[in-house]
Design a protein around this ligand. Structure first.
Ligand SMILES: [Zn+2]
Length: 81
């Protein structure tokens, strides 16, 4: 997997795209997540009502488009809880 070095050296917001209010699949970006420092993260609200923290690069590359419920939906019949 290839990572852009600039993603890791963000201190201000000048290199970081503001994703607030943007939609990625089921996710709506609410605000920046400052709880973790090493990556640019966002708090996103999923269509199912779950809040989740997602990295910028995963949103922009469309690898993450839900809180995980897309996969859960598909795996539901296999769940034994
Ligand atoms: Zn969800």
């Amino acid at each position: 997997m290839k990572y852009d070095i600039s993603v890791h050296s963000v201190h201000g917001s000048n290199l970081l795209k503001d994703l607030t209010g943007k939609r990625f699949g089921r996710l709506l970006v609410l605000r920046r997540d400052y709880s973790i420092d090493d990556h640019a993260r966002w708090i996103a609200l999923c269509a199912c009502g779950t809040r989740t923290s997602v990295r910028s690069d995963r949103l922009l590359s469309k690898k993450t488009r839900s809180c995980g419920c897309l996969r859960k939906d598909r795996a539901k019949r296999f769940q034994k809880r």
